[in-house]
Write a protein that binds this ligand. Structure first.
Ligand code: ARG
Length: 596
């Protein structure tokens, strides 16, 4: 067991002895923010004391009297208002590293009680090109599914593709009247986009045209054979595009149940909401309004209200339009219901743009009213994110002002990375260059890694500025920097003639200790990512790891160490660092190369 877990369990047991009724699951041990005070810390005793009106320092002393950590820690210190600070014993540290070196763990453990989590992410729309914004939901969602899986949770990843809706009326009309077969064959999505733009403009200008499009939609909804087969063809062509991009990004889904999958249940959902008096008719449509029974929400926090000119007016979630069609919310309700029935998940996570936060607030409240029992066991979470901006601080666009297509962005990433790889290789003397046929692979790994990493690095809710030079830099908090750190460690092993795997770990230099202690926090970082759905915690952890490795490597000679025992111990530290870097990047969906 990892030392922080061991400390946590013993601390919980000691608390239970002093306060038998306490909920010890809140007694957690976390890394100490400042190593001056210790390696780990717990602040739980303060809140336990507070709710019981006890003196927190006295409580801390009582708990310490029951706590035997002689194996794990130096003397435990009580600090400030009742913090506990733990400092690991060198022996506990070396034992943990030795176990990792033997392959028993890599500083993380599978969770004791796995959760079932449905992750809804990526979710592009049919007949439209995937654009730069899709990297966000796709990358964050994939990093989350990888993290949860690694920790042993049960994950169902579902790509909720937008394959239904009013746009198909216009697309069908375009397909029947102005489709160019050759264009469709060479670039299907571009041709579908062209159809849509033309017909959409015509509909805006000419009500008769709009009626034509609507009647195509009605026919589709009624199951007309011709329209259904064209619609299916449009989905098939889009899926080819999606699959190409997912293959490049290395992203996999367990399922891709599009919106249309839920059509059979939509009318039932609305009937149910009406019968339960959760929804009501209004101007021919059906909508859900503020909960009359839930008088708790102040207007500001009530998503079913909107402020117009200083007055709060209703902003219902529509579930049936006046023409009988159903809405985005209706599909999402049917989707929640299906997911509950199919997997009884503990959580359903939606990785979707923050601009949809109003939709999800409404959805979650309706769900709680509609399925109160299920809502007690299933938590719905909106994992939102901000925008990608250009250097001018405005949404990132091409020079001509179009949205940036994701495929083209990935091409450019690889191309730019190739130039960097080439320059670096040509700087080296002839005999030290990597074979030229490996350059494209290295460029692909660096280019795609850079694009993914730059998107995962900021707090996901902030907007960030897309800058090629920064994200591809070999210095700073970038993927290429981490990939380079990995390759550099690997090169040490190529030079080491006989790195003994069974060596003993000896930690004496401060840089060795700092690196070792940071390695131990890998699992805690993964857990924090899984808990708060924030992959940026892991980015920062890995960046710090690479920094600590540099500090170690500059101050502690490895291959030129004074004696064989030190050398072999240091080689083990190198190896563990490389493994954590590789595993950590893999969780972020980023590959490494052994040489670059
Ligand atoms: N297709 C939607 C869009 O592009 C995103 C769907 C997100 N998932 C969901 N269950 N609503 O805006």
């Amino acid at each position: 067991m990892l030392p922080h877990k061991q400390i946590e369990l013993k601390l919980q047991a000691a608390v239970r002895e002093i306060l038998p009724d306490a909920n010890v699951s809140i007694v957690l041990v976390r890394p100490c923010p400042d190593p001056k005070f210790g390696d780990y810390q717990s602040n739980a005793l303060m809140s336990l004391a507070k709710t019981r009106k006890l003196n927190p320092r006295q409580l801390a002393m009582d708990v310490l009297a029951k706590l035997d950590l002689t194996e794990e820690c130096e003397k435990v210190e009580i600090a400030g208002a009742g913090f506990l600070n733990f400092r690991l014993k060198n022996s506990a540290l070396t034992q943990t590293l030795a176990a990792a070196a033997r392959g028993e763990h890599l500083f993380f453990a599978k969770v004791a009680s796995p959760k079932t989590v449905v992750i809804d992410f990526s979710s592009p729309n049919v007949a439209k090109p995937m654009h730069v914004g899709h990297i966000r939901s796709t990358g964050i969602g994939d990093a989350l599914q990888r993290t949860l899986r690694l920790l042993g949770h049960r994950v169902i990843s579902d790509n909720h593709i937008g394959d239904w809706g009013t746009q198909f009326g216009k697309l069908l009309l375009g397909w029947k009247q102005i489709l160019e077969r050759s264009a469709l064959e060479s670039d299907a999505i571009a041709e579908l986009e062209r159809l849509y733009k033309i017909i959409n403009a015509e509909c805006d200008a000419n009500p008769a045209r709009l009626e034509e499009a609507k009647s195509e939609l009605v026919k589709l909804q009624a199951g007309d054979a011709e329209n259904i087969s064209i619609w299916k063809e449009m989905i098939r062509l889009s899926q080819i595009q999606f699959d190409t991009i997912y293959a490049r990004l290395g992203v996999k889904f367990d399922l891709a149940l599009g919106e249309s999958f839920y059509n059979p249940w939509l009318s039932e959902v609305v009937q149910d909401l009406l019968a339960e008096k959760i929804a009501r008719e209004s101007e021919g449509a059906v909508g859900v309004f503020s909960d009359p029974a839930g008088a708790g929400l102040p207007p500001k926090e009530d998503p079913f209200l909107v402020n117009r000119d200083g007055e709060w007016v209703a902003d219902p979630a529509l579930v049936r339009k006046s023409d009988g069609g159903f809405n985005y919310t209706t599909t999402d309700l049917a989707t929640v219901d299906y997911r509950l029935k199919t997997w009884s998940p503990d959580e359903i996570v939606y990785v979707v743009d923050d601009r949809q936060s109003g939709h999800f607030k409404k959805l979650f409240l309706i769900f709680a009213r509609w399925k109160p029992d299920a809502a007690k066991n299933t938590r719905l979470v909106h994992v939102g994110f901000g925008k990608i901006l250009g250097d001018d601080g405005k949404p990132f666009k091409t020079r001509s002002g179009d949205t940036v297509k994701l495929g083209e962005l990935l091409d450019e990433a690889e191309k730019r990375a190739f130039e960097i790889v080439k320059t670096k290789q040509l700087e080296r003397p002839d005999g030290e260059r990597l074979p030229e046929d490996e350059w494209p692979t290295i460029a692909r790994v660096i280019g795609l890694g850079a694009v993914k990493y730059v998107d995962l690095l900021p707090n996901r809710q902030s907007d960030y500025i897309f800058n090629w030079d920064k994200m591809l830099a070999l210095q700073g908090n970038t993927a290429p920097y981490l990939q380079y750190a990995y390759a550099r460690i690997k090169s040490i092993f190529r030079k080491a003639e006989s790195g003994k795997r069974k060596a003993e770990i000896i930690l004496s230099a401060p840089e060795e200790l700092a690196l070792a202690k940071h390695l131990l926090n890998f699992g805690l970082t993964l857990e924090a990512v899984a808990e708060e759905y924030r992959p940026n915690f892991l980015c920062n952890y890995l960046f710090e790891l690479a920094g600590k490795f540099t500090g170690f490597y500059e101050n502690c000679p490895v291959l030129k160490a004074n004696d064989a025992a030190t050398r072999d111990s240091r080689l083990l530290l190198c190896d563990l660092t490389a493994r954590v870097l590789k595993q950590g990047l893999d969780v972020l969906g980023i590959e490494v190369v052994e040489q670059m």
